[in-house]
Write a protein that binds this ligand. Structure first.
Ligand code: GUN
Length: 296
């Protein structure tokens, strides 16, 4: 079987266009412009790239972007004071604190100081609890993007066997909860899983989110399975820098029914879902119905 390539770049552009239409409607009918505040502490080069890209796309869909760049040695007290200010600012509907934070800052404390209604990353413990119990929450962006692509490809996911490789709080755990919410039979696999190849071979849906370049070879993939590759790994090959996923794309594409490439698969969906979450947060804040198709 030769896999259908799931084009995340096109899909993400479609999601952003939907967001943009809704933002325009909000502006015209309610006089409200959704606002997203992004906080970056320090000068981590990868984080700087992400933050710049988030700000640019926020403006492109017609929202207000508020960037707060803080010194690497900003105190916890000052960071919490800024978050407090953003929590009470009615022009700010979404708050994102870029991770990782410098080591002297307590990440859990900082994340849990964000108003859960503005927590567009979905990392606050209240949102985690709401997701697990099947209640309305803010859903982490990368897993939400994966879910949107799976629903678009399959329609219903009910009864499918899904294996999530990786148990991070940002991707693996929320992804598993979302798949469970869509009535999949879910296995979470990780570095200590016994006989990982045969666990993966059972799956109709494979989500690879471990951050290890090309660790899933094609012969672990069941014929016709859907493979969602969340990994973005920078490697050097033949003297050139290259981005590869957690899945060995060439061999997996020979067996899968559908597969996301790296780059151009899940990656672009993450920021699109961040914008979708900001719109959702704004609609909830002003008591309007949520945008259809942009939430879990
Ligand atoms: N760093 C890497 N990914 C993310 C993300 O999704 N959200 C935040 N806040 N920081 C990140």
């Amino acid at each position: 079987m030769v896999a259908q390539v799931v084009d995340g770049k096109t899909f993400a552009a479609k999601v952003r266009a939907q967001v943009s239409d809704q933002v325009l409607k909000l502006k015209e009918e309610n006089g409200i412009i959704p606002g997203l505040a992004v906080v970056l502490v320090g000068e981590d080069p990868a984080s700087q790239v992400y933050v710049r890209s988030k700000g640019k796309m926020t403006v492109e869909v017609g929202m207000n972007s508020y960037e707060h760049k803080l010194d690497v040695d900003t105190s916890e007290e000052d960071l919490l004071a800024l978050i407090d200010q953003l929590n009470t600012n009615p022009a700010v509907h979404g708050i994102l604190v870029q991770l990782p934070l410098p080591r002297h800052l307590n990440e859990d404390l900082v994340i849990n100081s964000i108003d859960p209604a503005k927590d567009v990353d979905g990392f606050h413990i209240s949102n985690v609890g709401l997701l697990v119990t099947g209640q309305k929450s803010m859903v982490p962006c990368t897993p939400l993007g994966c879910l949107m692509m799976l629903r678009d490809h399959h329609g219903s996911l009910s009864g499918m066997d899904a294996v999530v490789i990786g148990r991070s709080n940002i991707v693996g755990k929320p992804m598993a909860q979302l798949l469970l919410g869509d009535s999949c039979t879910v296995t979470i696999a990780h570095s200590r899983t016994k006989d990982l190849p045969n666990v993966v071979r059972r799956a109709d849906i494979v989500i690879a989110a471990v951050g290890r370049p090309e660790m899933v070879p094609g012969d672990w993939i069941k014929e016709g399975a859907t493979v969602i590759d969340v990994g973005i790994n920078r490697i050097e090959r033949d003297g050139k820098n290259k981005l590869v996923g957690d899945v060995d794309y060439a061999s997996a594409a020979d067996r899968a029914g559908a597969i996301t490439p790296v780059p151009g698969g899940v990656g672009p969906m993450t920021i699109a879902c961040l914008l979708a979450n900001t719109l959702t947060a704004c609609c909830r804040a002003i008591g309007l119905p949520e945008p259809e198709g942009l939430t879990a």
